[in-house]
Design a protein around this ligand. Sequence first.
Ligand code: FAD
Ligand code: UQ1
Length: 451
Amino acid sequence: MTSLVSAVSGPHARLFSCLLRLGPQQVGSRQLHKGTSCAAAKSYYEVLVLGGGSGGITMAARMKRRVGAENVAIVEPSERHFYQPLWTLVGAGAKQMSSSYRPTASVIPSGVEWIKAKVVGLNPDKNCIQTDNGKEISYKYLIIALGIQLDYEKIKGLPEGFAHPKIGSNYSVMTVEKTWKALQDFKEGNAIFTFPNTPVKCAGAPQKIMYLSEAYFRKTGKRSKANIIFNTSLGAIFGVKKYAEALQEIIEERDLTINYKQNLIEVRADKQEAVFENLDKPGDTQVFSYEMLHVTPPMSPPDVLKTSPVADAAGWVDVDKETLQHKKYPNVFGIGDCTNLPTSKTAAAVAAQSGILDKTISLVMKNQTPRKKYDGYTSCPLVTGYNTVILAEFDYAAQPLETFPFDQSKERRSMYLMKADMMPFLYWNLMLRGYWDGPAAVRKLLHLGMS
Ligand code: FAD
Ligand code: UQ1
């Protein structure tokens, strides 16, 4: 890992920048624009899925049941499919990187076509897309599941700064193990954790690694030598009051420093310095020296979507928040991190969305009006130590929507086991096979007879 990172610095930083992105980029690629003809399309599928991540594989499995495997295709360039929620634990040394991924070939539903390419253009007016290997593929129904793009290069000094020690990031396969290395190498000084000034996936992850680091320092006798700082662009620790209050107690009890409205703009990795801008006073910067730095990068919609007709003004796929059907193109649908659904971007949200979208598409296929409504369900298992989790679950209104009949704002061992062991099993065996649409049914069962 380290050799790979150090091998790509200097003139190769741009390449490294591309490698660092979870979602492939369209740098230098031709993009299809509205009105471009797809008449020369070589292939056609009844359902075409863009992206073979959590949402893409899950929906392909469901669509296979609806229309038959031979009528479904997935466009995905990556050889590996990642279960990203495990990276929080990989960065803290509690799980192996190898347990967080499987070959993409093994998760593509059998009989479904895997088109191993990047999408470089969308033309919903002509019902077709274009890939980086020059192919045009047309469809009857399109499901967009392209995830969110990591923009490390928007921070001066990155991504090349990752070639130095003492810095890591749980958000990329290229840098997550560097977090664990920095944690182990920590001697004395500031351990700094950042949160960018953009939408992110799993908004709890930037602080989960802080709690785990604190626990690690305690376990290894280094706690008294560590000054633990969370510099966040946000103005609050969490968006749901119930869980924010619980986290605030932990922060005080564990002597963690939280600085709000602080946005990381530069890393001087050779000097172990991080520069933050005060968002309330633009231009006002502060330099922090660090002994360990965990970076949560700025994020944005995948470049291919930013300029496409399916995007809203900010670049996200513009879908109805209840049915997930595109607002303008009725045969186009979106799921997961690439959409403008106004909820927290998580795999748990994708699970709940997949059940709704399945029903929406089945009705659209029968020329009926979509009825089933997504309530914004999302979940964030807030890992607060090596065997404790606060299980945040909430809806569009940022109101708790808890599965279990106990107070989930309390730190619990049972919820850690759920996060670390039960969820990966459920993900690989049920969700990706299209048999998990979130815990709504379990919640109803467990809350029977209760208010
Ligand atoms: P992804 O799963 O990211 O899939 C997008 C896919 O699109 C990728 O396979 C990518 O290669 C592909 N792609 C991108 N661009 C193109 C292109 N141009 N052409 C073709 N394919 C393309 N969620 C939880 O529920 N609980 C957690 O505890 C949790 N913790 C997390 C911790 C970390 C550190 C991280 C990084 C994420 C975490 N998440 C968690 C979030 C969760 O992983 C995502 O929300 C989820 O994977 C979103 O699914 P998706 O299908 O929208 O995107
Ligand atoms: C969930 O459904 C899910 O999707 C697979 C996750 O993604 C990793 C989660 O982290 C969580 C918490 C849920 C919700 C499931 C239960 C049983 C509460």
